[in-house]
Design a protein around this ligand. Structure first.
Ligand code: IPE
Ligand code: IPE
Ligand code: MG
Length: 250
């Protein structure tokens, strides 16, 4: 039985998030430039998106560029931005064909104009698709997002439109860039690092983490299935005890 057949179609996570890490090390192992590593990583994005779509995942969030990644050498940042523009331009037709709705989270205003233009065009052209939502985290960091949300909420209190006593978890959710998106049930990080690197801190309160040593450019459909199969072995207790859980629950 192959891996895909081991997956229970009734317990597919609605939202999977991925920290796509290890492009630089992959390239170094091959004696190539870090940029070649990023270029090779694009194929893994296609693989994961296809696997997620086929399994019925409804939201796939990919950490493509963090706020902290702006501190990398300018040459690498520029190459990543160019790769983003070119990839979006190349993929737009296939995204549409496959029912993918594109979305971006993060400090999008901070991206170069060419990136914003490519991104907004693709978001607009795919906005009516409903099979799966592909969420790119770009210039994203969770602390940046939480600070921003706090500022917006504070403004409402200042204007008198919000009573501090009525602030709830939902108030915070409504002001995050992930507004309206369910929390990820599964977070995958490739390359062997076991950290969250400022990604979806609020949203991952009860997310299952799956770490793999596979470097991102080597991460293919089979690896995605493996992560889903591992997720399905977990018991998600949400603070309760095992006996309280319905055996059919996720
Ligand atoms: C992930 O790969 C891609 C981005 C962060 C943009 P890295 O570039 O971090 O690769 P390593 O971690 O140096 O191997
Ligand atoms: C996290 O990877 C960010 C992305 C994958 C976009 P990094 O390579 O930047 O994270 P650290 O520096 O190892 O924590
Ligand atoms: Mg890295």
């Amino acid at each position: 039985m192959n891996l895909k057949e081991q997956i229970d179609p009734k317990r597919i996570p609605l939202h999977v998030a991925i920290i796509m890490d290890g492009n630089g090390r992959w390239a170094k192992q091959k004696g190539e430039s870090r940029i070649m590593g990023h270029i090779s990583g694009v194929e893994s994005v296609r693989e994961s998106l296809t696997a997620a779509t086929e399994l019925g995942v409804k939201h796939l969030t990919l950490y493509a560029f963090s706020t902290e990644n702006w501190n990398r050498p300018k040459e690498e940042v520029d190459a990543l931005m160019n790769l983003l523009v070119n990839t979006i331009a190349q993929e737009i037709a296939s995204l549409s064909e496959n029912g993918v709705r594109l979305k971006a989270i993060g400090d999008i205003d901070n991206l170069p104009e060419s990136c914003k233009a490519a991104l907004f065009k693709a978001i607009d052209q795919t906005s009516n698709n409903t099979t799966i939502e592909l969420i790119l985290a770009l210039s994203y960091s969770s602390r940046w997002e939480i600070v921003n949300a706090t500022r917006k909420i504070a403004e409402m209190v200042k204007k008198g439109t919000l009573d501090p006593a009525s602030i709830s978890e939902d108030t915070i959710h409504q002001h995050l860039t992930t507004k309206g998106i369910p929390d990820p049930e599964l977070l995958i990080r490739t390359s062997g690092e076991k950290r969250i690197s400022n990604f979806l801190l609020w949203q991952c309160a009860y997310t299952e983490f799956y770490f793999t040593k596979t470097l991102w450019p080597d991460f293919k459909k089979e690896h995605f299935y493996e992560a889903i199969a591992a997720y399905q072995q977990r018991e998600r207790r949400f603070g309760m005890v095992s006996e309280q859980l319905n055996s059919d629950a996720h």
